[in-house]
Write a protein that binds this ligand. Structure first.
Ligand code: G3H
Ligand code: ZN
Length: 283
């Protein structure tokens, strides 16, 4: 019942809204994001980094958990299960074989020819199995899974080549967004964004969605973004809620009660974010 991102992103681009990719970390996290999507009648992309996938027991466990939840929770909105920042062909293949409906191949740290080459291999494997593929050009800065990197703006010609040569379904063109927190307002390259959207026609993906103010989100959507990734924001809200619970209730010891406020915080934040992205009631 999982679907690829292709239809949801094309619809979103057409309708001028963005589908959120919300990264998951465990069972309750997944239940919370799915609850938000169903209650808001919104399409949703569950993002799983290689690290988070490993943490949850590997892609087979993740795919089995997600597909079982779609049934047990009676989820009717479109849901994609997406490998976030796949680092190799083998990693993407493993995710697709396990049942993921979408993958990102992040070849952004290689020279463009190599990046396109590896992306093409992933696209060939994925498309044959009905899965969608996101590629990255330029580099998103900041910290993710303990790896810290600098920002490098996507080059227009390289973006054009990536889309036409590799036949990808979504393009993460790095234009100043960073993973993790921002010091002040993000400085996004809106002109470059418009040019890349215009020249490639591909649905664009905005990484580092946490902490981008609403007016900038709107500008990014107007300039071709159909998918926005959010991870840090949910982690912060979850932790704040659980910390508050532990600080204010020194009798609690049932783990289910300890983390229940974290669940509620994720549902609330995810629903608000879907409203901001415009994906609510677009399922
Ligand atoms: O790929 C995941 C994202 O780009 C998340 O970034 O943690 O800054 O929200 P974020
Ligand atoms: Zn990212």
């Amino acid at each position: 019942r999982l679907v690829s991102m292709t239809d949801m992103l094309n619809k979103a681009k057409e309708g001028q809204y963005a589908v959120g990719q919300f990264n998951i970390n465990n069972l309750e996290w997944t239940q919370a994001v799915l609850t938000a999507a169903q209650e808001n009648n919104s399409p949703v992309i569950l993002g799983v980094s290689e690290g988070a996938g490993k943490y949850m027991g590997g892609p087979t466990v993740v795919a089995a958990m997600v597909t079982a939840l779609l049934d047990s929770m009676d989820i009717t909105v479109p849901v994609a299960l997406h490998l976030d920042h796949g680092s190799s062909f083998a990693s993407c293949k493993e995710a697709i074989d396990a049942g993921y409906s979408s993958v990102m191949i992040d070849g952004s740290h290689s020279p463009i020819d190599e990046n396109i080459e590896i992306t093409k291999e992933v696209v060939a494997y994925a498309h044959e199995r009905g899965a969608s593929v996101e590629a990255e050009v330029g580099t998103v800065g900041g910290e993710e899974d303990g790896v810290i990197g600098g920002v490098q703006y996507a080059d227009l010609e390289e973006c054009k080549r990536m889309v036409s040569e590799a036949d990808i379904d979504a393009l993460a063109a790095a234009l100043g967004s960073v993973h993790g927190t921002y010091d002040g307002e993000p400085q996004l390259g809106f002109e470059e964004m418009a040019a890349i959207s215009e020249a490639t026609g591909a649905p664009l993906v905005l990484h580092g969605g946490s902490g981008i103010p609403e007016h900038q989100v709107k500008m990014a959507i107007e300039r071709g973004h159909a998918k926005i990734n959010v991870n840090t924001e949910l982690q912060q809200q979850w932790t704040a809620a659980v910390r508050e619970k532990l600080n204010t209730d020194d009798k609690v010891y049932d783990p289910r009660k300890v983390i229940k406020p974290g669940f509620d915080a994720i549902v609330k934040t995810t629903k608000e974010t879907m409203d901001m992205f415009g994906s609510s009631n677009q399922a």
